[in-house]
Design a protein around this ligand. Structure first.
Ligand code: GLU
Length: 513
């Protein structure tokens, strides 16, 4: 059998910011495509104009770029053979497919008004059933199955509103083969005659999705579990079109679960427990309330994109061994759908921080210095590159996020104006104050001021003042930085330099009472 070139797509609807679960879907599509030397397409499914949120599409594109999950064709990423990639721009092509299904008897026109549909619903619900437009109820409704051909024609000619519905077979088992879950079997009696084409001239999600996957030669549909219930209808659509041979394989990905329960991970969990649920920060209209809603992203929270991606890759997929740190290249090499789990993946915010820390460790001093430089710039603090590089070296060990560097080492740039009260209370007394004064003078007399030299001098002054170094070490630190803990003490003094160290000791003597 001829094997087709792997072509997959990520097909979000622009209804809001891309949730991290959506990023994971995009990522798995990307990894799968790259692993097989195939194509990865971004298609925007915007057939539902009422749920369209301005700016959502731009958000999706920016988020994918930040993550390095870059499609080789699609909206925002350049055209390929199947352009356009926005469904609203493909609108003229869907009607012929809906007509094809009507002509082959797999779909029909339905003229029912909203009131008539409401009445049907009420009748069924009053009788204790669940309302559905299906093989039984359709016989009592106004559609091309119950009306005469002439009437159908004259209604259409008169411009009456109608939709095109799928004619679901009455009594059949529909089998969907899912690469993650195995066979999923649904009885057609449980399916309803979904609308394929709306009165506004737009296809619904189902029709547009299947037609696009077919025309774009998609070989694998990798999407969230919430689309599994739609899969039997999609299989039926392929069959009804006579496209069985071209039908893609399906893989429905497990849900991302909240850290403290079994529910689906939502924005509310993030707000409640203090972690981002979106790749980048922003503000968009809420699809339901139409009011602006802002949200926090991983990018703005200080996460590295590669750490975020590494963490996401392992939420629902596991490696063949127990490797945890993966570059994108390694993920591409190792990824396979048969190691995606069926059950939901619990999100762990602490582990996510751990990933970031591992990636921070891999960054060079220079890379971190560039980030810190920007931070300093925005604060109006001037410092040479060389100085920031050394500052990075001193504080990086404690950092989980690059945006923490300043809070870990602000005193390397600005003198303290408060001093750790506990240390002062415990250690500042006449004797230690005398020591500090002697130390200051001894430092002042030094010609070179390396960490080793400063330390030797410190010890010597302690000895000649009859004071144990343990009694004044932390105090010296507090005089220099204001804080009880921090980077290696004498290295810090060396970086500050002799003059600044002496100056800080002078200021401390005045300020500490
Ligand atoms: N437009 C759907 C969504 O918003 C796509 C589902 C699919 O991938 O088929 O997720």
């Amino acid at each position: 059998m001829e094997t087709r070139k792997v072509r997959v797509r990520f097909a979000p609807s622009p209804t809001g910011p891309l949730h991290m679960g959506g990023v994971r879907t995009a990522l798995y599509n990307y990894l799968f495509a790259k692993h097989h030397g195939g194509d990865f397409i971004l298609r925007i499914e915007d057939t539902d104009q009422e749920r369209f949120v301005p700016g959502a599409e731009e958000y999706i594109i920016e988020a994918l770029k930040w993550c390095g999950v870059v499609p080789n064709e699609g909206v925002g990423f350049g055209d390929g053979p199947d352009a356009p990639y926005r469904q609203s721009e493909r609108k003229p092509m869907y009607r012929q497919y809906a007509d094809q299904l009507v002509n082959s008897g797999h779909a029909y026109y339905a003229f029912d008004t909203t009131e008539e549909l409401g009445e049907m619903r009420k009748l069924i619900e009053d009788a204790g059933g669940t309302s559905s437009y299906n093989a039984i109820t359709r016989q009592n409704m106004k559609n091309s199955l119950t009306l005469s051909e002439d009437e159908v024609k004259s209604r259409i000619a008169a411009g009456e509103h109608y939709v095109i519905r799928m004619k679901i077979p009455r009594n059949e088992e529909i089998r969907v083969k899912d690469l993650i879950r195995g066979w999923v079997v649904v009885h057609s009696g449980q399916m309803d005659d979904k609308v394929l084409f709306k009165s506004d001239g737009m296809p619904t999600y189902h029709l547009a999705n299947v037609v696009d996957d077919y025309t774009m030669k998609i070989t694998h549909v990798i999407r969230g579990e919430e689309w599994l219930p739609s899969a039997p209808l999609h299989v039926l659509l392929y069959r009804s079109f006579g496209w069985e041979k071209e039908m893609p394989e399906f893989a429905h990905l497990p849900l991302l679960l909240r850290p403290d329960g079994n529910g689906k991970l939502s924005k509310r969990d993030g707000d409640r427990l203090g972690f981002p649920v979106f790749p980048i920060s922003g503000s968009l209209l809420d699809v339901k309330t139409k009011k602006p809603e802002s949200f926090t992203g991983y990018r703005e929270s200080g996460y590295f994109p590669d750490a975020f991606i590494n963490m996401l890759a392992l939420l629902g997929w596991h490696s063949s061994g127990n490797q945890e740190l993966y570059t994108m290249e390694e993920l591409i090499k190792d990824f396979s759908l048969d190691r995606v789990s069926k059950s939901g993946a619990k999100f762990d915010p602490e582990k996510t921080k751990w990933f970031n820390q591992q990636y921070l460790k891999k960054r060079s001093d220079a890379e971190l210095a560039a980030i810190w430089m920007k931070d300093l710039d925005s604060k109006g603090i001037k410092a040479s590159e060389d100085y920031v590089l050394k500052a990075v070296h001193l504080v990086r060990e404690k950092a989980v996020f690059a945006n923490e560097l300043h809070s870990l080492g602000h005193f390397l740039f600005t003198a303290p104006d408060t001093y750790d009260a506990e240390v002062i209370k415990k250690r500042w007394n006449e004797k230690s104050a005398l020591f500090m004064s002697a130390l200051k003078e001894a430092f002042r007399g030094m010609t070179t001021f390396t960490a080793a030299e400063a330390e030797a001098c410190f010890k010597q002054v302690a000895e000649s003042n009859g004071i144990k170094t343990g009694e004044v070490m932390q105090l010296f630190r507090v005089c220099l930085s204001g804080a009880a803990g921090g980077p290696a003490l004498f290295e810090m003094a060396e970086l500050l330099g002799k003059d600044e160290t002496v100056k800080r000791l002078e200021t401390a003597a005045v300020k500490i009472k």
